[in-house]
Each structure stands twice: as structure tokens, then as C-alpha cells.
Design a binder for this molecule. Structure first.
Ligand code: ADP
Length: 512
């Protein structure tokens, strides 16, 4: 087993990996940019090293700096987490050169499966159905337009190097084609340094269902079942759950077989996810492979009882998977919400800033994969994911009830979060019935004339504003007393947030 692992990441995922390492008795090395000096992952690590200024290109995306820290600190392995360098084949290559183990697939498998077009080609070769469309990047927009006319609109332009919903445009008619092509390719160039596009038939209102796989270096490949990620905003997942309400045991087996076939064909080793779109008739179509740990991996962990990060580490250390596919029997239901520092009242703009107070929910069936703490300042430089809140229950109903209860307990002041959005979604009849698709949330948001009022139905928001106003008035009075020479107790600057906290506490106490 490894002695010391460098975590080439930040935020909640760095903390998640660090916890797995500590449970295995492995020391952890954190890396951090200038703005992350006081981050939670730095606080919890055994050692931490600065790797440069805030822009990712000069810190978390610098392979040279990361390998240098790994060498200097005597690490024998690197875990990339997700995002940043996790799907960049240059990192496993640099690790091999440096004699350090990369906790993830090899560079060749990453390239064979990780690129959207290469993945589609491999899927077709091993009889995994793909969404109709191009299997190669299309250089010439005339060719792309002709293909769209042949296939029929709507089509979806997609960046070859895509991720995070960037470089994607739906084209519903011929007239929209050229502007959409220009927008998608320039967005792709900005986001990935690669303007190449391809296109797929745009499926109307599909579900997003993905299969988690694990593969060891000794030929065993297993499927851990599905996660449903159909609640999305602008092609980005916001709620994930397992099992999916529409996946029958037969469909689960078929999708699992397809995912395992693909992983084998690509010589894949370690944890990976094969994503599919599923139509109303339960036909499934390959979308892409994520050659890394997913944000939503805890959903699978909660229903299988497995620790995917520990298994990733064991596989990288050349251990055999200690179970066969047939022995995995998912239990109960799990659901995850992604808590972001963003402002639903203001087009979901990021809401960085200092966290004045926060209360973490707990209790039966609740897991919080936290990346922040009270007093810490959420930087504006990165994805504003604060934490992931995961609930487990014996049934979907119990899971939702627990998640709603936990969201009621969750309070953060100082920054805005999207917690109110989840409170609303979890009360929506369509969601409760499981009648969802990938455009469902976008449509719901469009229908709400005022996101501000409709999405934070939690009454304590208004009271918090009242408490803040009262606190400000009291502070002002105190300040005047002080300047007029009256005695004061000191610590005045802390008072506003205490008032706010007290107001929130009383609100919670009064709730049924
Ligand atoms: P990214 O890698 O940028 O996340 P994906 O290919 O994984 O892009 O797709 C993200 C989401 O975009 C999907 O979950 C789905 O909602 C939507 N999407 C992608 N391809 C299609 C398609 N052909 N038809 C309809 N929706 C699609």
C-alpha cells in the first residue's frame, strides 16, 4: 500500500479523498494556490505546499508544479479528484516518468475513452448504442450543416473536448446553424483551448442515467449499478439519485453489460462512469465516459456500502477487487444535492465571500461532504461548490424526507446558497413522482416568474434579513455610545452575526 498520497485538487473532493487516505493510514499531502492557503483541505492534510497564484493554469493545472511537490515530499501516488487535471492524459504520463503511481486509468485508456468522439467510436465497435450523429470532429461547418439537414433538426453541437455543459448549442432549424456553430466553437476554444466540434441528434427530454464501473488490473470489471442525474440546470447535474425509478432489473443488466464491455474494450482500469441518455421507451444511448471519480459518487457509496475512493487506491496499488458483480446488491435509496455558493435570485451568479456562520445538518441517514468552514472566505476563482449533502433511506420517500429535514437544518450566512432551490424541488409533485427529464428543471425555472420568491419558500430567510437590520441598528447605537464616551463591552464587530444566528435559531425552534 502507498505511504503518502498527494491530492492534486481542492475543496470538498480533496477533503473526501483525504479522509479515505487517513482511514487507510496513509499520509496526505495537499497543494494549494494563494487564495486557498486557509482552505479546509489544507487544514486537514498532514503536509501542504503552495503551488502558485489563484488562476488554475498557474497552480492546480500545472503538472510540473504538482510532480515537483510530489517528489519533494516523497509521495508514492497522486490522486487527481475530479476536474482540473483528472482527465488530462499528460498527468498519468508525467507520473509514470517520475516513478509515481497515478490513481486512475492509464493514459491510453483515458484517451481511448475520455474523448467524446473516440468514446463514441469505441462504443460503436463494441455494440453499445450511441446517439445518432458524427463520430469524428467536423472541421468544416458546411459539412456539419449538411449532416444536420440529413438527420433533421433539432441537433446538438458539442465540443470534442467538452465538459461541464460548455461548448454545447441546440440548433432547432437551418437559420440558427451558423450563429450556433460560431458560439459553440468560440466557447469551446475559451474553455478548453480546443475549438473542434461534432454533432449529435438532439433527443427531446431524455433521462440522464449513468453506470458506475470499477475495473482492477487483473481483468475483473464490475458494474455498481446506475445513478439517475436527470435534474439538471443548463446541462449541469444538480440532484443525483440511485436507484433510478425507471430502471428495471433487465435494463440495469443491459446497461451494466454495455458499460463493462466498453471498459474492457478500452483497457480501462480503476473507477469510471459510463453516461447514457434514456428515452421514453427506455432505449439507452451512450453519451460519454468520465474517466475519473464523479462528483456524485457518494450516491453509489450509500446504496452499495462501498468506499469508492478506498477502492480506487487499492486498485492503483494493484490489489484485486474483492467482490464480483453478482454479489453487489444495492440497498435502499440515496440522493445527493450539490450546495453551491450562488445566488438563485440573480441568475445563479456565483456568490463568493466570507462565511459568517454555518450549521451542518446531521442525524439519521445524512452525510455531508463538506469543503468549507465558518470564517473561511469562498474565493471567486473556482467552481463555487461548497459541499454535497447526501441522504440515505429505506425508500425514496424516506430519503426525500430526510433530505428535506437536513436542508431545513442547513444554514449558512454571509454568502448566498442554492439550498432554497432544493427545498422547492423536493416538494414538486413531478419530482416526487419521479416524472423528470433533463429539461425538467430548466422548464420549472422558466415558469417561475420570480425565482427569488418562489424558490426560497423557507420563511427564515425573511427573518434573517429582519435580524440583520435590527443588528445593524443596534451596532449603530453602540457605535454612537462609544464615540460619545459611553462604556462598551468590546467585541462589537462580532455582534451582528450573533444576532443573526440567534434569529435563525429561534426560527428553527418555532418550526413544526
Ligand atoms: P458535458 O461533458 O459537457 O457534461 P455531456 O455529453 O455529458 O456533456 O452532456 C451533458 C448533458 O447535456 C446531458 O446530461 C444531457 O442533459 C444533455 N445532452 C447531451 N447530449 C445530448 C443529446 N444528444 N440530446 C439531448 N440532450 C443531450
Amino acid at each position: 500500500m502507498f505511504r503518502k498520497i498527494l491530492i492534486a485538487n481542492r475543496g470538498e473532493i480533496a477533503v473526501r479523498i483525504l479522509r479515505a487516505c487517513h482511514e487507510l493510514g496513509i499520509r496526505c499531502v495537499a497543494v494549494f494556490s494563494d487564495v486557498d492557503r486557509k482552505s479546509l483541505h489544507v487544514r486537514l492534510a498532514d503536509e501542504a505546499y503552495p503551488i502558485g497564484p489563484a488562476p488554475s493554469r498557474e497552480s492546480y493545472l500545472s503538472i510540473e508544479k504538482i510532480i515537483d511537490v510530489a517528489r519533494r515530499s516523497g509521495c508514492d501516488a497522486i490522486h487527481p479528484g475530479y476536474g482540473f487535471l483528472a482527465e488530462n492524459a499528460a498527468l498519468p504520463r508525467a507520473c509514470t516518468e517520475a516513478g509515481i503511481t497515478f490513481i486512475g486509468p492509464g493514459a491510453e485508456a483515458m484517451e481511448a475513452l475520455g474523448s467524446k468522439t473516440a468514446g463514441r467510436q469505441l462504443a460503436r465497435r463494441c455494440d453499445v448504442p450511441t446517439v445518432p450523429g458524427a463520430n469524428d470532429p467536423i472541421e468544416n461547418p458546411d459539412d456539419a450543416q449538411a449532416l444536420s439537414q440529413n438527420m433533421g433538426f433539432p441537433v446538438l453541437l458539442k465540443a470534442v473536448a467538452g465538459g461541464g455543459g460548455k461548448g454545447m448549442r441546440v440548433v432547432t432549424c437551418d437559420a440558427e446553424f451558423r450563429p450556433a456553430w460560431r458560439d459553440a466553437s468560440s466557447e469551446a476554444l475559451n474553455a478548453f483551448g480546443d475549438a473542434r466540434l461534432y454533432l449529435e441528434k438532439y433527443l427531446e427530454k431524455p433521462r440522464h442515467i449513468e453506470i458506475q464501473i470499477l475495473a482492477d488490473a487483473h481483468g475483473r470489471v464490475v458494474s455498481l449499478g446506475e445513478r439517475e442525474c436527470s435534474v439538471q440546470r443548463r446541462h449541469q447535474k444538480v440532484i443525483e439519485e440511485a436507484p433510478s425509478l425507471v430502471v428495471t432489473p433487465e435494463l440495469r443488466k443491459k446497461m451494466g453489460d454495455a458499460a463493462v464491455r466498453l471498459a474492457r474494450a478500452g483497457g480501462y482500469v480503476n473507477a469510471g462512469t459510463v453516461e447514457f441518455l434514456v428515452d421514453a421507451h427506455l432505449n439507452f444511448y451512450f453519451l460519454e465516459v468520465n474517466t475519473r471519480l464523479q462528483v456524485e459518487h457518494p450516491v453509489t457509496e450509500q446504496v452499495t456500502g462501498l468506499d469508492l475512493v478506498k477502492l480506487q487506491i487499492a486498485i492503483a496499488a494493484d490489489h484485486r477487487l474483492p467482490f464480483a458483480w453478482e454479489t453487489i446488491t444495492p440497498r435502499g435509496h440515496a440522493m445527493e444535492v450539490r450546495l453551491y455558493a450562488e445566488d438563485p435570485d440573480n441568475k445563479f451568479f456565483p456568490s463568493p465571500g466570507k462565511i459568517l456562520s454555518c450549521h451542518a445538518p446531521s442525524g439519521p441517514g445524512i452525510r455531508l461532504d463538506e469543503g468549507v468552514y465558518e470564517g473561511w472566505t469562498v474565493p471567486m476563482d473556482y467552481d463555487p461548490l461548497l459541499s454535497k449533502l447526501i441522504a440515505w433511506g429505506n425508500s425514496r420517500e424516506e430519503t426525500i424526507a430526510r433530505l428535506r429535514r437536513a436542508l431545513g437544518e442547513y444554514t449558512v450566512t454571509g454568502i448566498k446558497t442554492n439550498a432554497g432551490l432544493f427545498r422547492r424541488i423536493l416538494a414538486e409533485p413531478d419530482f416526487l413522482r419521479g416524472e423528470i427529464h433533463t429539461k425538467w428543471l430548466d422548464e420549472l425555472l422558466q415558469r417561475s416568474s420570480s425565482v427569488a420568491r418562489s424558490f426560497d419558500e423557507d420563511p427564515k430567510t425573511d427573518h434573517a434579513a429582519d435580524a440583520a437590520a435590527i443588528a445593524a441598528a443596534l451596532w449603530q447605537t453602540n457605535f454612537s455610545e462609544k464615540s460619545s464616551g459611553q462604556p462598551s463591552s468590546g467585541q462589537e464587530s462580532c455582534r451582528p452575526s450573533r444576532w443573526k444566528q440567534e434569529g435563525r435559531r429561534q426560527q428553527l425552534d418555532r418550526r413544526p
